[in-house]
Design a protein around this ligand. Structure first.
Ligand code: MEV
Length: 387
């Protein structure tokens, strides 16, 4: 969508914002309003989506302006209950825009199904499974021909040995790697894993245990880089260099202290989750993957860091992001469908790029406030809309 820079956006009312959105999308305002009204989901749809429904539960649905991601202007849908998160994202996006915008690089959408395999002789079982790798990938492809036809499907098999203190408790874990294209992928990989399990048990001369995806989607990383020119960091009462160095020092705090890193990452998830929720995706999966990735080397670390680069401030974020643009709620939830359209997220990778960029924006906004006037004053000012 062209033109995400919308001065005065925060001064409009919801109906006016809907009108702008409608004209940007080339649809009637009524269509936009119907998609976001009453939590964006009709009761009959909610009743089909989950069990034992009595109603629907709404969240504010906002559109953050100013984002430029990979050379494209993006209006960002955010569903979130916390005041100032949307304003903070929009504000930081305006700063990053002055440095050219967010630049992303996302991995292909590869997810893994874990199949747990028990056998008396794990070394032999592992060798036999690895020797049959090509045939297993072919069998996995036949388990979901639709995915292969869409350009995805199984791409590899890995075998890990999980050693327990008592060797009798040790087992193998077969990771069936599947390119899930535009799906979040849980259903796709679980189908493939269940289909392969009997064959794996036979090869191992043993039995299989659990067959389920891993939410540590470390094959599906989203990376974002951003640069803020020194002049853009000007703030009342602070020199731009003070702001920049304060943000770098705040980043170092998170790099050195896990207690701070958790809060730092929570600020990232303020933005990322808001996009994930607005687009009908599984935020628990994204949260679980993000925090596990943050602790991948045994110590919990920040997902986004900031450095001085010349005079400028430069940031880098890396996190797993398993999100989809097809299937699940993205298919049936009118609000989620509108959100995907607004974000221009026509592929899962593009949606991941947007969600990760918004996470980075919220992190930048939080560190800028924390390193200067403090979060209470900074966020209150944003919430008070003096932007
Ligand atoms: C509040 O929702 C998020 C922050 O705590 C993040 C941070 O401390 O970096 C402000």
């Amino acid at each position: 969508m062209e033109g995400s820079r919308r001065p005065g956006w925060h001064r409009l009312g919801p109906a006016e914002r809907c009108s702008h959105l409608a004209s940007a999308l080339g649809i009637e305002r009524d269509e936009v309003e119907r998609a976001v009204r009453d939590g964006g989901i009709p009761l009959e749809v909610a009743d089909r989506l989950v069990e034992d429904v009595v109603g629907t539960f709404g969240l504010p649905f906002a559109i953050a302006p100013n984002f430029r991601i990979d050379g494209r202007d993006v209006l960002v849908p955010m569903a979130v209950e916390e005041p100032s998160v949307v304003a903070a994202a929009a504000n930081a996006a305006r700063l990053v825009r002055e440095g050219g915008g967010f630049v992303t690089a996302c991995d292909p959408p590869v997810m893994a199904c874990q199949v747990q395999v028990f056998a008396d002789d794990l070394a032999t079982a592992k060798a036999r499974i690895l020797a049959a790798r090509d045939a297993l990938v072919q069998a996995a492809r036949e388990a979901d021909p639709g995915l292969a036809a869409a350009g995805g499907g199984p791409v590899g098999i890995e075998v890990r040995t999980v050693d327990a203190d008592d060797p009798n408790e040790s087992f193998l874990v077969v990771h069936v790697l599947v390119d899930v294209r535009d799906a979040m992928g849980a259903n796709a990989v679980n189908t493939v894993g269940e289909a392969l399990a009997p064959r794996l048990a036979a090869l191992a001369g043993g039995r299989t245990g659990l067959r389920i995806l891993t939410n540590l989607a470390d094959r599906r990383l989203a990376r974002v880089e951003a640069r803020v020119p020194l002049a853009a960091l000007r703030m009342e009462g602070f020199e731009p260099a003070q702001v920049r160095d304060g943000i770098v020092a705040a980043s170092r705090f998170a790099e050195l202290d896990p207690y701070r890193a958790v809060t730092h990452n929570k600020g990232i998830m303020n933005g990322t989750d808001a996009v994930v929720v607005a687009t009908g995706n599984d935020w628990r999966a994204v949260e679980a993957g993000a925090h596990a990735y943050a602790a991948r080397d045994g110590r919990y670390r920040p997902l986004c860091t900031w450095r001085r680069d010349g005079d400028d401030l430069a940031g880098r974020l890396e996190m797993p992001l398993a999100v989809g643009t097809i299937g699940g709620a993205t298919r049936v939830h009118p609000g989620a469908r509108l959100a995907l359209r607004v974000a221009g997220a026509d592929t899962s990778t593009r949606l991941a790029a947007v969600a990760a960029s918004v996470g980075m924006a919220n992190n930048l906004a939080a560190l800028r406030a924390l390193a200067t006037e403090g979060i209470q004053k900074g966020h209150m000012r944003l919430h008070g809309r003096s932007r």
